[in-house]
Design a protein around this ligand. Structure first.
Ligand SMILES: [Zn+2]
Length: 244
């Protein structure tokens, strides 16, 4: 007489199914928090949430049509990345950017952007450089607004970061770029010659494509430094301008 015991294969199958379902739930939750992070960070960069503004969780839940958990997770990450500041017993605020932080921001970018580009000359593919050429072609179209040019600038940098094949580098550069992007929106009116900054990418593209790591690195360093100088000038003149 045979008694049916537990079927190990069937149990294993069931475990796999439960595991897959729970992993799917985890990845959906992650991607929601990720989306919340991107959206809230975009609001901060574009100054829809300006430095010093109170961050209201309930409002964000309504605006983004999301529950509390992903919004909380996104805000925790934004606090780690210095986009928001938590003041105990007072609440959460959009972080200010201090003048000395500007120097830290750009000196870090001036080292890491050329480094990523160096790696990209070794690890990038023709498909990456073709994609970058397409983005650059778009910058040539007449009538581009400064914020559109900045979007295209970002896309060029994203291609280089991705081509570097180092996700730690990509994550850090993404955060630094976002902070820099926020400064640019703050001082947008004072920064001239956006087209010139974007034009520098054409030379960077050529050097990447020909695998010339030294030239790529020095062009990238110059590119970050010239943008830095423009923002600093704008900040300085804003700070020293007589009150109107
Ligand atoms: Zn650029």
């Amino acid at each position: 007489m045979s008694q049916k015991g537990p079927d190990p294969i069937c149990d294993f199958h069931l475990t796999v199914v439960i595991y897959q379902q729970s992993m799917r739930a985890v990845s959906t939750a992650n991607s929601l928090a990720e989306r919340a992070y991107d959206e809230i960070r975009r609001m901060i960069i574009r100054l829809d949430l300006a430095p010093g503004d109170v961050v209201k969780e309930a409002e964000l839940q309504a605006t983004l049509d999301m529950s509390r958990t992903p919004i909380r997770e996104a805000l925790q990450r934004l606090a780690r990345d210095h986009f928001v500041t938590v003041i105990p017993r007072r609440g959460m605020f959009v972080s200010a950017i201090e003048f000395d932080e500007l120097a830290m921001l750009y000196e870090t970018r001036a080292i890491m952007e050329p480094y990523a580009a160096r790696l990209a000359t070794k690890r990038g593919t023709q498909a990456d450089w073709d994609e970058m050429a397409e983005v650059l072609a778009e910058t040539e179209l007449p009538g581009k607004q400064p914020h559109e040019l900045l979007d295209l600038d970002r896309q060029c940098h994203e291609i280089i970061w991705r081509a570097s094949g180092n996700r730690f580098l990509t994550n850090t550069l993404d955060t630094l770029y976002a902070q820099s992007d926020r400064l640019w929106h703050m001082y947008l009116a004072d920064v001239h010659d956006m087209g010139h900054a974007v034009d520098e990418h054409a030379a960077i593209h050529d050097a990447l494509q020909s695998g010339d790591a030294e030239t790529v690195a020095s062009l990238l360093e110059g590119h970050v430094n010239s943008f830095d100088a423009q923002v600093r000038d704008a900040v300085t003149s804003r700070l020293t301008a007589p009150l109107s």
